[in-house]
Design a protein around this ligand. Structure first.
Ligand SMILES: Nc1ncnc2c1ncn2[C@@H]1O[C@H](COP(=O)(O)OP(=O)(O)O)[C@@H](O)[C@H]1O
Ligand SMILES: [Mg+2]
Length: 244
């Protein structure tokens, strides 16, 4: 079971067309192929601007690929191509099988840290008591002081907000998690705790694709990596389209 494929990305490419600029085209990334197994973490590496975040957004279908396919192996055993699937299939998948975790928390006023973290568990029908107790455990594990549990994260530090966001992103983990620099501005101790949490998710069979900017972190959590340099037009990324 642990060797089962979760996601297969084949020859993926993305070109951005800037409609406000006469259809000018900017190359996002190209020639991206990799696969991720259940219970494994694949790290996307490469310089800033190489297209790492855009690849995650293309998998999540925030961006539509220009070329290639993304085969998602569903819980029901069927394979869904995330490039050509319908909007409603994508929405269902996001709800049940694919999650996106960034370093940025969308803070809602008057919603406490505990409520923020517990929400995804309540959504899948967990009892209030168990959802809140699990949320408290996670926040404690990530080193958030208990006196902050009942406060809105609006006034939290950047690192505290980031940890609340990660707790929220993993409390009811989807089968595939996309992680865009989840440890970006955390101190060593906090990012250690986050990495431990991710290792625990692997043991549960969760597949992950993550962007981490430090090699030591990658060595610790990743089972494989894909270096994004496929952007052959890095230095001449801007191609002027012929005016129609
Ligand atoms: N929505 C967009 N519209 C136009 N260009 C974009 C868009 N998103 C990303 N890009 C461009 O694609 C390239 C890759 O960006 P990104 O994926 O954020 O890189 P990374 O995460 O590796 O630093 C950059 O040149 C960036 O400017
Ligand atoms: Mg990025």
């Amino acid at each position: 079971m642990m060797n089962d494929l979760k996601l297969e990305v084949k020859n993926l490419a993305k070109t951005f067309t800037l409609h406000q600029r006469n259809g000018m085209e900017i190359s996002g990334f190209s020639d991206v192929s990799f696969s991720v197994k259940k219970g494994a973490l694949l790290a996307l590496t490469g310089p800033s601007g190489a297209g790492k975040s855009s690849i995650l957004k293309t998998i999540y279908r925030t961006y539509l690929a220009s070329y290639g396919c993304i085969e998602f192996h569903r819980k029901n055993g069927l394979i869904l191509d995330l490039v050509s699937s319908t909007e409603s299939q994508i929405l269902a998948l996001r709800k049940q099988e694919m999650g996106f975790v960034t370093q940025f928390l969308k803070v809602l006023p008057r919603i406490t840290a505990l409520q923020t973290v517990a929400a995804p568990l309540l959504e899948v029908g967990e009892t209030k008591h168990r959802a809140f107790s699990h949320a408290a455990d996670l926040l404690e594990l990530l080193g958030i002081r208990e006196e902050l549990f009942h406060v809105s994260p609006l006034t939290f530090s950047g690192g505290e907000q980031q940890r609340v966001n990660i707790a929220r992103g993993v409390i009811a983990p989807k089968e595939l998690l996309l992680l865009d620099e989840p440890t970006a501005s955390l101190d060593e101790q906090s990012s250690d705790k986050v990495l431990n949490l991710l290792m625990g998710l692997k043991e549960k069979g969760i597949a992950m694709i993550g962007i981490f900017h430090d090699k030591q972190k990658i060595a610790r959590v990743a089972d494989s990596s894909f270096n994004v340099t496929g952007n052959a037009c890095m230095n001449s990324a801007i191609v002027q389209k012929e005016a129609a």
